[in-house]
Design a protein around this ligand. Structure first.
Ligand SMILES: Nc1ncnc2c1ncn2[C@@H]1O[C@H](COP(=O)(O)OP(=O)(O)OP(=O)(O)O)[C@@H](O)[C@H]1O
Length: 562
């Protein structure tokens, strides 16, 4: 509910005018029905005057004009709430704790956000607003007008309300279970769709699509079956309800006929007021059932919004500058209960060029992610200059650090966006950088130049091209700590050497940490740190390690002999 209240507060003017307009409309609708009684009675006994007709016409015109004006705040809120809730999800991703992010499945999550945003909009706009501005005022006004005509009928209608409410709650229990089943299967369905789109090549070559389609079809069968069942239960309720309203209307006519207590105007007005009293309750029930069911979908969405945030955003020290000294003291880190580092110590000096090497799984990327502030140490400390990293606001830290991750860091956007994000940079400057990372050949072949769309994860590029674009970003960065995690692994040796010469030239004043498996590529680094099972088992220059460190020698000959 907090998230919905936040939206109400943000739009308080629109919400206020929408609610007031609704209440005014509800009053006018019931007043029209009641005033119609006066008009008919006067018409019947030939005492009708022009002023009565003018008042009646005026109210009808007002109803028409106000209903139209009502559309403005109504539609703005309706569409705005849905999209605001989706944007809230994107804001969440910008701050969510990295460990939770790692376990999210995109397909299921996107569907959960879609269902949740739609449910939230429906809870606020279709239920709470509708109840406040229309249903409650309508029921109250119609009751007041009915009471003025006949008290007994008002009580009969009220008892009817209670009956309807009890039946609705009985139905709800069954509907909940069906709705939960639908939501889970919708997420499942999207999971198969998204992974089918994203992993097309793997699935096609492994002939997995038939299996995926079968799974999606099963989810489809469950969704369709459950939706049909839900509609039938809903509709059964309305049929019963409709029959009840017909009975009340007939009873009003019979009662008036037997007791001879009302004139023709009163009968017409009562029939119309019974509708005015029951239509809102019918609508209330549809919305109430929907509201209760939406709560489940909305909870799944808010569970995501309630995930822990990275505590270092918006909190901690803002740093004015970083020289680039780094120290790890007694660092401990666990993935769940899996110990990765226990008491790791390492110092990197400002401007130093360091390479992390070691067998796959030895912890190199984890250490880089810890230094990037994505993962948090389970013990010990990371100092950057003299600041304790855990006390720095990451928004401030990210002005001084740049990170090229191991996995593709190209996003669905243009070549220009992928190089400079939203910075205002001259085309010439960008083309010059493309030359530095040996991409000018590719660039001149692109029909749309810097405006070329690179596709999801840069699918239209080769692995090496993707890596060179990611490295090209460094030319537009002011950071002075640079972390390159296997940033050249997909390039051929010659391209790697040429590009890295330019990159290292660019970064000569900066602190640079790279991880690499091809040990030839880090021959000239000032220091190489050798990792094994989360421990540092050697440090030094390339030649020293080759002579003195048997494990490094083993690693080196394993790569050159390939
Ligand atoms: N999200 C995670 N949850 C649990 N364990 C993880 C997670 N990410 C990595 N690990 C484990 O942590 C260990 C260290 O992984 P890390 O990626 O740091 O190794 P690495 O030295 O960079 O390997 P590579 O050279 O293959 O990239 C590995 O055993 C890996 O399985």
């Amino acid at each position: 509910m907090n998230y919905l209240m936040k939206i109400v507060k943000k739009n308080k003017l629109l919400v206020g005018s929408y609610l007031l307009l609704g209440i005014l409309l509800a009053f006018l609708e019931n007043f029209t029905a009641s005033y119609f009684q006066t008009l008919i009675n006067k018409f019947n006994d030939r005492s009708l005057t022009a002023s009565v007709i003018i008042i009646y016409a005026f109210v009808l015109v007002m109803l028409c004009v106000l209903s139209y004006l009502d559309e403005y705040p109504g539609r703005k809120l309706e569409h705005g709430i849905f999209l605001d809730l989706k944007i809230e999800a994107l804001k969440k991703i910008s701050r969510v704790d990295y460990k939770s992010y790692q376990t999210m499945g995109t397909g299921k999550l996107v569907q959960r956000i879609e269902n949740g945003a739609s449910a939230g909009k429906s809870m606020l706009f279709d239920f709470i607003f509708e109840l406040t501005r229309k249903l409650i005022p309508s029921i109250l006004f119609s009751m007041i007008f009915i009471y003025r005509i006949n008290k007994i009928i008002m009580w009969v209608i009220l008892i009817g309300y209670i009956f309807v409410f009890i039946v609705t709650n009985l139905l709800l229990k069954r509907l909940y279970r069906i709705k939960e089943h639908i939501l889970l299967n919708e997420e499942e369905m999207n999971h198969f769709l998204v992974r089918g789109f994203m992993e097309m090549v793997i699935f096609r070559i492994n002939k997995r699509f038939n299996y995926e389609i079968e799974k999606a079809k099963f989810a489809e069968k469950e969704i369709v079956g459950s939706k049909v069942k839900m509609t039938l239960i809903h509709e059964a309720f309305f049929t019963i309800f409709e029959l009840m309203v017909i009975s009340v209307k007939v009873a009003v006519i019979v009662y008036g006929w037997i007791t001879k207590s009302f004139g023709i105007g009163a009968v017409v007005a009562l029939i119309s007021l019974v509708d005015n009293a029951y239509i809102p309750i019918a609508i209330f029930n549809v919305l109430y059932v929907q509201y209760k069911l939406d709560k489940g979908a909305f909870k799944r969405y808010t569970d995501f919004l309630d995930l822990d945030n990275d505590y270092q955003f918006g909190k901690g020290k803002m740093i004015p500058a970083l020289r680039g000294n780094i120290s790890f003291y007694g660092l401990k880190f666990l993935y769940g209960n899996r110990l990765i580092f226990n008491n790791l110590n390492l110092t990197v000096n400002s401007g130093e060029k360091i390479a992390f090497v070691g067998e796959s799984g030895s912890g190199k990327s984890t250490l880089i992610k810890l230094l990037a502030g994505l993962l948090k140490p389970g013990g010990g400390k990371i100092l950057v200059d003299d600041y304790d990293l855990s006390r720095i606001d990451l928004n401030s830290y990210y002005d001084y650090i740049d990170y090229v991750p191991q996995e593709s860091s190209i996003f669905d956007g243009t070549l220009r966006e992928n190089l400079v994000f939203n910075k205002n940079v001259d085309d010439k400057e960008i083309v010059n950088v493309l030359n530095q990372v040996e991409l000018s050949g590719l660039y001149y072949k692109l029909k749309d130049g810097l405006g070329t769309e690179l596709g999801e994860k840069g699918i239209s590029l080769s692995g090496g091209e993707r890596q060179r674009i990611a490295l090209g970003r460094l030319w537009f960065s002011k950071a002075n700590i640079i972390l390159l995690d296997e940033a050249t692994s997909a390039m051929d040796n010659i391209t790697e050497e040429n590009v890295m010469n330019h990159v290292m030239d660019l970064l000569k004043e900066k602190t640079v940490i790279v991880t690499a498996h091809r040990l030839n590529s880090i021959k000239n680094f000032e220091r190489i740190v050798v990792f094994k099972n989360g421990d540092i088992i050697g440090q030094g220059k390339f030649q020293e390690l080759l002579e003195n460190n048997p494990y490094f020698r083993e690693l080196y000959y394993a790569t050159v002999n390939k």
